[in-house]
Design a protein around this ligand. Structure first.
Ligand SMILES: *Cc1c(COP(=O)(O)O)cnc(C)c1O
Length: 375
């Protein structure tokens, strides 16, 4: 089997090539490279899709998280509760702003924040909670939001991996991930579920005042040109990216369905194998499978990785080192944090090719080989 990839963006592009090429060319011909009309149009269309009042585009998902924290006006030393089991960006921005990351463990089935652990981690210094909708599945938001409300702590959703996913509240109300916290953040990195052809990101909120604040911070702290109210940053979504994203947004639900279909195939192939735990599908979430991640039980993962590579099947470990053990955070002494589930998962997870263009032939080849290797 030729050319299997974790993410195949080329085949996806070929299907929308004429639309995308025209859109990019239009931007080039207009020369409105910065803050061109596509940026606002995209923000409006994404807000409608997500069911939020405001979408504020920015340069990448890491900036989105940083600007969100800045907009809350936190002070150095304030504590931010988040998961260690996430991409480093979630935590890096906390440390960058001289806030203190406080890690909580995740649930072994969902890979998302354990609510009891959050409850225990709350102190008078806790000034924000950042749940991560890891691998495309919403964290269990209802109990988390209730807990946060009880303590008056704002919740920022890291929705970089779950755009297009939903969460269903116990009363049956279903909403898009990223629309539940006071601010939702996402990334348009090319391999994300809604990916541009370069970097990009956005923040979402229903709060008019916060929206204004986020916009101002992303624009050098100014509301009025050359009048700077506060220290901000320079974080914009390029017009070319916005033009591409407008097209891809129209396909987002179809892309999420294609990922779910591939996940269904994997699930069926691996069902009832005692050495493989397939991804948990929480009853409250519509999982959009940014990653398809297995837990291997009593299997030499390095051996599996290597044998898959010999068959030209890519696989990845997301993430080989949890955040609390990263040298970056040494000064916080986080390596001694007791996060047994995070540690256990990091030692047994493996992610398989997952994208919108996987064919049955490819899925069959991948699953057959994995079952053979694992035995
Ligand atoms: C990708 C990602 C980010 C950062 O997004 P960038 O656009 O790469 O800066 C943040 N959090 C999570 C969970 C991510 O997967």
């Amino acid at each position: 089997m030729q050319n299997l990839q974790m993410v195949d963006l080329k085949r996806q592009y070929q299907k929308i090539k004429s639309e995308v090429d025209t859109a990019i060319l239009n931007v080039v011909e207009s020369t409105a490279f910065i803050n061109g009309p596509d940026v606002n149009h995209f923000a409006t269309e994404l807000a409608a899709y997500l069911g939020v009042k405001h979408v504020i585009p920015c340069a990448n998902g890491t900036d989105a998280l940083q600007i969100a924290l800045m907009a809350l006006g936190l002070k150095p030393g304030d504590e931010v509760i988040t998961a260690s089991y996430t991409y480093i960006a979630t935590v890096e921005v906390v440390a960058l702003l001289r806030l203190t990351p406080v890690f909580v463990d995740v649930d072994a089935d969902s890979f998302t924040m354990n609510i009891d652990a959050v409850r225990k981690a709350i102190t008078p210094k806790t000034k924000a909670i950042i749940p991560v909708h890891l691998y495309g599945q919403s964290a269990n938001m209802e109990p988390l939001l209730a807990l946060a409300k009880e303590h008056n702590i704002p919740v920022i959703e890291d929705n970089a991996q779950a755009i297009g996913g939903t969460y269903t509240f116990p009363d049956g109300k279903t909403v898009k991930t990223g629309s539940m916290g006071i601010i939702g953040c996402t990334s348009f990195f090319p391999s994300k579920n809604l990916g541009g052809y370069g970097d990009g990101g956005a923040m979402f909120t229903n709060d008019d005042e916060l929206a204004q604040q986020l916009k101002m911070i992303a624009n050098h702290g100014q509301n009025k040109k050359y009048y700077h109210e506060m220290v901000g940053c320079n974080s914009r979504l390029d017009t070319i990216q916005a033009a591409v994203l407008r097209i891809k947004l129209r396909h987002l639900d179809e892309y999420c369905n294609a990922r779910r279909k591939a996940a269904d195939y994997y699930d069926a192939a691996f069902a009832n194998n005692p050495k493989i735990v397939t991804p948990f599908r929480a009853p409250y979430a519509h999982h959009v499978f940014h990653q398809y991640t297995l837990q291997l039980k009593n299997v030499d993962r390095d051996m599996v990785n290597q044998k898959l590579a010999e068959k030209s099947i890519p696989s990845m470990i997301y993430y080989p080192v949890p955040c609390h053990k990263q040298n970056m955070l040494k000064e916080y002494g986080t390596a001694s944090n007791h996060l047994p589930v995070t540690d256990m998962l990091q030692d047994c997870v493996i992610s398989l090719p997952m994208h919108t263009e996987l064919t049955e032939e490819e899925l069959s080849y991948i699953t057959k080989n994995i079952l053979e290797i694992i035995g």
